[in-house]
Design a protein around this ligand. Structure first.
Ligand SMILES: Cc1cc2nc3c(=O)[nH]c(=O)nc-3n(C[C@H](O)[C@H](O)[C@H](O)COP(=O)(O)O)c2cc1C
Length: 462
């Protein structure tokens, strides 16, 4: 019986343990998580979603704040056509986030950035170009293009010195999407270095229709992609993602001839994961019937999440002056209409809006509990503490369980793991406020409190 460690992913002149930890925005796949995976010899993704916000929080920059000031006159209007992110701000936030991560890099793995096309920021091409250039300038090892077909993305950076040296990959959910990307690459003479095939059990946005996502299965799409690439005589590693929960799931794919697997949900309860501690407990406790795929994301893509996500009962006022990461080039976002149409209570306050969410605000606050279908199995991957809460394992433990396990067994953390983690936590508490300086480290939306703040995009319950 084979295990993941029997295989290696070869990209250029480098070899990796064939486990990619997938990008999870906003900063759920934190620098610490990606660095831990890299240290173990795998590929860790950070995400460039809302990087200016991440930079403001981590480095005390005032990027969102300065944008909010610039556009404050549009706060009371739903016409956001003039509210746009620009090259400089997008570059600055992304560069700071990626640069600080790369400076901490150790081990034989790599750090990639998940780069979403749907993050249109009122100014799609300029901001995407700025983000990708910032990533390369900051020395990132690879860029994974996601949430979109990326027909024009490669031409935006074809003139950059690192265009042929940085590893470039794309996430697709069909051969059709891959064909479109390969055609666009031909125009600039650049084939992808790897192709991630994401199936319907993944977390985050799904690359399928709202009504038909459940009709697809990952293994079939992976086989189709492998056959297509063989027919085209293209030797590009294929990397399945979505529902790979045990080392044996991964090894079975590796035996089919894939280059690596991409996984994420197992890492949502890792100590290094960016989710606040109470939210990690919510993920660890989840039951299968608490999961749904809905259309509340204004991107139009279906998204899987826990039904208890606070974003599903929110009435937050759009605050695109500071945020606005999802505005299209004309200043539209699908949440605007939903908010405008929402009914009011007897005091004139907006009623909760279920059909759409303000994704910027709620991802900033970790109020959307997006997850892969297997989230309900997380409880089987760790220990319960005497107080009933779940022990939070290290990313290295999860990584090495994927790497070495056989027979679908999942190695639980050992008593020694628990003891050393508890000791480390006690030491951390002496020097800090105990939440690692993370803002928004709470499980509820607390919109009332947030409505009193006036900057950094944290305003505005209706
Ligand atoms: C909490 C969470 C957030 C995610 N966010 C993103 C994202 O921002 N961009 C993206 O391309 N994929 C995102 N994903 C998808 C993962 O990168 C990955 O491909 C997928 O979830 C793998 O399946 P698994 O979770 O079953 O292991 C997210 C997944 C999770 C669980």
């Amino acid at each position: 019986m084979s295990k993941v460690d029997d295989f290696r992913l070869r990209l250029g002149d480098k070899e990796y343990i064939p486990i990619m930890q997938g990008g999870m925005g906003v900063d759920i796949s934190s620098s610490e998580l990606a660095l831990a995976v890299c240290k173990e010899g795998g590929i860790g993704h950070i995400s460039d979603a809302m990087a200016p916000y991440v930079s403001d929080r981590k480095f005390n920059t005032k990027i969102q704040n300065s944008k909010q000031k610039q556009f404050k006159e549009f706060a009371n209007s739903l016409d956001k056509s003039k509210v746009k992110w620009d090259y400089e701000r997008s570059y600055e936030g992304t560069f700071k986030h990626v640069d600080s991560t790369m400076k901490e890099k150790s081990g034989d793995g790599a750090i990639y950035v998940n780069t979403m096309e749907k993050l249109t920021m009122g100014n799609p091409e300029e901001t995407l170009r700025a983000r990708m250039i910032a990533q390369m300038d900051a020395g990132v090892d690879g860029i994974t293009l996601s949430a979109g077909l990326h027909k024009g993305s490669l031409s935006l950076i074809a003139d950059q010195p690192r265009f042929n040296d940085v590893k470039l990959g794309i996430i697709v959910s069909s051969v059709r999407a891959l064909k479109i990307f390969l055609r666009s690459g031909k125009k600039v003479n650049r084939a992808p270095d790897y192709v991630i095939v994401e199936g319907p059990l993944a977390g985050g946005h799904l690359g399928f229709g709202p009504d038909d996502w459940h009709k697809y299965d990952l293994k079939t799409i992976v086989e189709e992609v492998i056959t297509f690439l063989k027919d085209q005589e293209l030797d590009i590693p294929v990397i399945p993602a979505g529902g790979v929960f045990t080392g044996t799931d991964a090894a079975n794919y590796l035996e089919m001839g894939v280059g690596a697997v991409q996984v994420a949900t197992r890492f949502t309860i890792a100590d290094e994961c960016g989710l606040p501690a109470p939210v990690k407990q919510i993920y660890a406790q989840a039951e299968e019937e608490e999961i749904e795929v809905n259309l509340s994301s204004p991107t139009g893509y279906p998204m899987r999440m826990l039904k208890s996500s606070p974003s599903l009962s929110s009435n937050i006022r759009p605050n695109c002056e500071a945020l606005g990461y999802l505005l299209d080039r004309n200043g539209n976002c699908a949440y605007h209409q939903a908010w405008d149409n929402a009914g009011v209570d007897e005091k004139g306050r907006k009623l909760p809006i279920r059909e759409k969410m303000c994704i910027c605000y709620h991802f900033m606050k970790y109020n959307t509990y997006t997850c892969g279908h297997n989230v309900y199995r997380l409880k089987d991957t760790t220990l319960t503490k005497p107080d009933g809460s779940f022990f939070i394992p290290s990313a290295a433990h999860i990584f090495n369980d994927y790497r070495f396990s056989v027979d679908h067994e999942i190695a639980l953390p050992s008593a020694a793991d628990v003891e050393s983690a508890e000791n480390a936590k006690a030491l951390v508490k002496i020097g800090t406020n105990g939440n690692g300086g993370r803002k928004g480290a709470k499980a509820d939306s607390s919109e009332e409190a947030d409505s009193k703040k006036s900057d950094s995009g944290e305003t505005a319950a209706a």
